[in-house]
Write a protein that binds this ligand. Sequence first.
Ligand code: ACO
Length: 364
Amino acid sequence: MLQRGLKGVIAAETAIAHVDGEKGKLIYRGYEISEITSKYNFEETAYLLWYGKLPTAEQATKLKEQLVHNRTLSDYQMEVLKLLPKDMNMMSVLRTIISAEGNQSYQWPPTIDEAIRLTSITPLIIAFRKRLMENLDIVQPNKHLNHVANYLYMLTGKKPAEAHVNALETYMILTMEHGMNASTFAARVAASTESEIISAITSAIGTMKGPLHGGAPAEVIHLLDEIKADGNTQRVLKEKITRGEKLMGFGHRIYKTVDPRSVALKEKLIAFAGSDEWLDLSIEVEEIGIQLLEELKPGRSLYTNVEFYAAAIMKAIEMDKQLFTPTFTASRMVGWTAHVLEQAENNVIFRPQSAYIGQYNMNI
Ligand code: ACO
């Protein structure tokens, strides 16, 4: 039977994460996401996803050292980074420089060391390229800073405020992994051919780039900007829904109730930003948006998704709009690589079928 978009189709078994769309729960390796964001940092959560258990203090330190040790690009990658056209989208830059990582040392089957290296270099590529494009000196990584703090440091050249690190780290943990989403599926499909991890990850990055997946937070900012300029939230949202447009940051393929990541980010934002015009506007847009969607699209169960409050978090920490999706990529790198490793453990090539609806110009 045809399932457009593979809706509802179970395509693989996984022990990495469980997304319960009915109850609005997200579980990483048996732990609820709210427990993880309140107790563990980026490195510890990455360890949990890759190794299947929480690290001891010694294991966490070792992983941190490995991530620090890998914070370097080859001369060749630096050359390519400088040569790429100035107007190239950062996601395309990431896809290209990660592709340039793929030398002969990357072979099937994938390894955790490869996953660690890819996770380590992603923020580096983003920060280096951003500064190059702004004719600023590159800021070399600071080995004393953790993964998330170092990312902000390399972008700005200043030691980041603890509140900013904390907000971004929450976002990056919440978006590290999310079951069989489009980009993770793309990674697993590529890996299932026994291609090396670089090919799997470049497939995932290309998939993440689209506005219906990773491109949403920048679109949420456009929506908020438009509403702010108009001054009438109800009218703008109603007109959009009536025209058949999708409200960016609303709806989810799996969650048919509130996305728990959206709730966690909203809470973090309230704690961190207090009263902020973007936060206030976001809350208003969420309330009115849900009401209108219920009225105009009854029965579709449309609520805000993780990207909705991600936009406000990014705005509050003064993250440039063009870095939203690349930052999402930097966190999802952990989930993608965990899935590639899992695919390799018990590999079967993905090969669904299609229903032919074309002509037959012969007798059959
Ligand atoms: N605004 C208005 N209507 C919507 C929205 C929305 N954001 N999302 C879904 N709908 C409506 C559709 O128009 C459709 O209505 P219909 O029955 O009258 O045709 C119905 O709800 C079902 O929509 P689908 O697109 O079939 O739902 P699906 O589960 O395939 O899509 C998706 C999920 C792609 C996330 C969708 O809700 C969407 O495009 N949202 C906006 C983009 C966005 O925020 N993306 C980020 C997702 S989170 C992430 O990727 C990390």
